[in-house]
Write a protein that binds this ligand. Structure first.
Ligand code: AMP
Ligand code: MG
Length: 380
């Protein structure tokens, strides 16, 4: 009896081993098949976050561009937009002065902590509470320039005109009236009393602002979008991708031909040409802030969209553009704005303190950069 049951056991074990082997071979065969699938290139150009987005995705698993587009739209709608009622930022702004602490998602809370720290570290050159002053300048209805920097991008057939933007993006203004293009000194002085990151309180997952203050994540939102896109595409094991959201670009993985990603640095004097190219491998976040991206000209004077929180006027620090390269989208975007306001010397020091690489083009056309940036940049 005992011998028979041992023999039966051995037969059973052999059967199970055989079943296991067959299953193993089937699964590895499928994986092998999937792994050998052809890498296809998928492209999309779109408008989101008030700017142009461009996607080039190399994938074996089909087209992911619609999913990426949804990530950007959802981020804008549910979290970052100050003008979409019900978004997290709009809820915080609506509660300003009520004494109510608004609970926000963990992700947004962490992002606000990063931006508040940068506001402090930059001595207020970056200020996440700039909204009342930005509203005066009516920046959001100025035409957004396209970022032709990321390689492989298609140039969209049409760019939004200022007029189209105006109808699409009617905002709310402190006095209920859209302001004239150039605000008066009195208006600016008053609006400045409603800014100041020191008055933003972040406590245990909640956010509170005093009366008349408001958040503006315009200087970091596109970088945050790049972070979210990178997190999604990493999960999909995408072969490679380069995606730009306005002036912020993320690269992931590899190009099928094995050459590096190429990110162009726009010539501020002629935005259809480049001053040079960054050659990058793997995952990178690159953001550029330039005075040519959004501006109006009134009586021959150019007013651009990057404001000095100390004066309430467009920053006049002697630079025309700043490009930051680092391993975080939110930081690359926020640092590029902060460094633009600070100018070459102080901006370079701030970027280095964050372990980021920086490239400045000053108003004389000189290019200066951190030592680390030199290995990636080639002048044209
Ligand atoms: P960017 O193009 O990334 O440099 O961001 C510019 C946008 O951020 C503007 O359209 C404003 O909404 C906002 N902004 C302007 N100046 C500042 C500043 N000094 N700190 C924070 N946000 C700013
Ligand atoms: Mg920025």
């Amino acid at each position: 009896m005992h011998t028979i049951s041992i023999a039966k056991g051995i037969v059973e074990m052999k059967r199970k081993t055989k079943d296991f082997l067959i299953a193993f071979l089937l699964v590895s065969g499928l994986l092998l098949f999937a792994g050998c699938g052809k890498v296809e290139r998928y492209l999309m150009t779109d408008i989101a976050m008030g700017t142009v987005t461009n996607q080039t995705i190399y994938s074996r698993d089909g087209d992911l561009t619609l999913e990426v587009r949804d990530i950007i739209l959802k981020l804008e709608q549910d979290e970052l937009s100050w003008r979409i009622e019900g978004s997290e930022v709009a809820r915080i702004n609506a509660a300003a002065g009520s004494g109510v602490y608004t609970s926000v998602s963990e992700r947004l809370y962490q992002e606000l902590e990063i931006l508040l720290k940068l506001s402090k570290d930059s001595g207020g050159a970056f200020d996440v509470t700039i909204r009342p002053v930005a509203a005066l300048w009516n920046i959001d209805v100025w035409a957004a320039g396209e970022n032709p920097a990321a390689e492989g991008n298609q140039i969209p057939e049409t760019n939004p005109t200022a007029e189209e933007n105006q109808t699409a993006e009617e905002g709310t203004f402190p006095d209920g009236q859209p302001p004239s293009i150039i605000p008066t000194q009195e208006q600016i002085t008053l609006a400045l009393t409603h800014t100041g990151y020191e008055n933003l309180s972040l406590t245990e997952g909640t956010v509170m602002l005093p009366k008349d203050m408001a958040l503006d994540l315009g200087a970091a939102g596109k970088g945050i979008a790049c972070d979210r896109i990178a997190a999604y595409l990493r999960e999909q094991s995408v072969y490679g991708a380069v995606i730009s959201v306005g002036g912020s670009v993320v690269t992931i993985g590899k190009k099928p031909d094995g050459t590096p990603w190429q990110i162009g640095i726009v010539n501020p004097w002629d935005t259809s040409s480049l001053v040079g190219i960054l050659y990058l491998e793997g995952e990178n976040f690159v953001s550029t802030s330039g005075d040519y991206e959004r501006y109006v000209e009134v009586d021959g004077v150019r007013y651009h969209h990057i404001l000095n929180p100390a004066t309430g006027y467009p920053a006049d620090s002697g630079v025309r553009s700043v490009t930051i390269l680092c391993d975080s989208g939110i930081l690359s975007d926020a640092l590029s704005t902060a460094c633009f306001v600070l100018g070459v010397e102080e901006g370079m020091a701030l970027a280095e303190s964050y372990g980021a690489e920086a490239l400045f083009i000053d108003t004389e056309g000189n290019i200066s950069m951190t030592d680390g940036m030199k290995q990636f940049f080639k002048e044209k």
